[in-house]
Design a protein around this ligand. Structure first.
Ligand code: HEC
Length: 132
């Protein structure tokens, strides 16, 4: 019995450790640190003020613009799931390098029921080279 408990404990440590180190886990940490304050833990944003990124049609349509939005912020009038957002601007994130942005996008693309494509750092670098 004791050894079973030990094996279970070890597996739990390995599993939790893996969760922390995989791209999705890393992306989640970045999200919680840099994004959740506005877009909320559940990705729902703040009604009328901060758009949702959970099941956002904007996120789906603008997959190739996400990296630039995250790096340079956004200050325009946008419509997300039928609601117009023009009151607040999103700040830039100079501190996040290309790999951090890739991990972050892979997290938001697949969190909260989102089902977007997995992105590679090469794609993100190419997207970033086209920021306006
Ligand atoms: C200070 C609040 C704030 C923070 C922090 C913030 N955002 Fe935003 N975000 C906004 C606002 C406001 C908009 C809409 C901007 C506009 O209307 O031009 C927006 C728009 C977006 C959009 C496009 C619209 C949509 O909902 O699909 C995405 C994607 C996004 N943010 C992701 C992120 C990610 C990822 C982070 C973390 C790096 C982040 N944001 C951090 C406030 C914030």
């Amino acid at each position: 019995m004791k050894s079973k408990a030990l094996i279970f404990g070890l597996l739990a440590i390995i599993f939790l450790g893996a969760c922390d180190n995989n791209p999705y886990g890393k992306g989640m940490k970045i999200y919680n640190k840099h994004c959740a304050v506005c877009h909320a833990d559940d990705g729902n944003g703040l009604q009328g003020l901060i758009p949702p990124i959970r099941q956002s049609d904007y996120l789906h349509i603008h997959q190739n613009d996400l990296a630039c939005i995250i790096r340079h912020g956004l200050d325009s009038v946008i419509t997300v799931n039928g609601v117009v957002y023009d009151l607040q601007k999103m700040p830039a994130n100079d501190i996040l390098d290309d790999i951090a942005i890739t991990n972050l996008i892979n997290f938001i693309n697949n969190a909260w029921g989102n089902k977007e494509e997995f992105v590679t750092v090469e794609k993100i670098k190419a997207d970033l080279s086209r920021c306006q």
